[in-house]
Design a protein around this ligand. Sequence first.
Ligand code: FAD
Length: 306
Amino acid sequence: PYDVLIVGGGPAGAAAAIYAARKGIRTGLVAERFGGQVMDTVGIENFISVPYTEGPKLAASLEQHVKEYGVDIITDQRAAGIRRGELIEVPLASGAALKSKAVILATGARWRELKVPGEAEYRTKGVAYCPHCDGPFFKGKRVAVVGGGNSGIEAAIDLAGIVEHVTVLEFADSLRADEVLQRKANSMGNIDIIMSAQTTEVLGDGSKVVGMQYTDRVSGESKRLEVAGIFVQIGLVPNTEFLQGSEVELTRFGEVVIDNRGATSMAGVFAAGDATTVPYKQIIISMGAGATAALGAFDHLIRAGS
Ligand code: FAD
């Protein structure tokens, strides 16, 4: 058995593994895919002290750093639950189960996709999900934001300060975003909001996005919008389905509830990164949270007398 078992190999899991292993305790890390969302990212310009890097390069450095500490890394395996036995047990989809005195959950999240033609093809070539990350790449251009909830309107306000013009497309006939955000968006001068718009296709020229197609749900008409970027803001889904029904408390959005040491509601189980209630989902924030959870888990082990 491990002293600390980390579930997830993204920035949060990697940071937790390094912090745990540096305490000289038996550390294991199980992940479906090492690197997590970072593997799907092209340019990264906000990883402090590294002005520019690319996802696969950062993921490779993460893996190399973790490997320097003799962490037992198991990839291509999916956790299927968590339960208390003599120790804490993490059953895997393959049928085996891993045992540990403490567990750190760092399974991240995934952006909800539009699932329309062109979206997958032009991902990172104009189709974006994170305005903090990719907004500056569209400086001086016209972009669209799909989704009129809080994250969509926040994204539009954020982007409007960088890009030339933002069009927000909302599926429903009214916005779900808070009134104060709507007022701010309406006051900005370069944000248009289109209601009852169903996005139907991402249009590209073979190498990058040139526009999009949507249906006006009132008239039934199909319309075209010329944009260089499309920010999809229809939800971030935590990868926590496997925790449903366990002792680990989740919010109604599926986020793992943690305290300021990363502890969850299940004794000995900690969590970090995009899978949790942490308010902002970013690489640097996930790494800090991973470090916090590992230190929290170490404190727990000392107090539990093991
Ligand atoms: P993740 O990176 O999501 O990693 C989760 C890990 O858990 C993975 O290893 C996964 O395989 C594993 N996993 C999931 N479920 C299971 C399971 N059941 N069993 C075992 N393993 C499991 N942030 C920035 O700061 N700057 C950027 O420029 C930036 N650009 C981005 C661009 C894109 C396209 C995307 C999608 C995200 C971007 N982000 C960026 C956000 C950033 O990638 C995330 O905030 C960060 O990766 C979260 O780290 P994490 O470790 O919490 O989770």
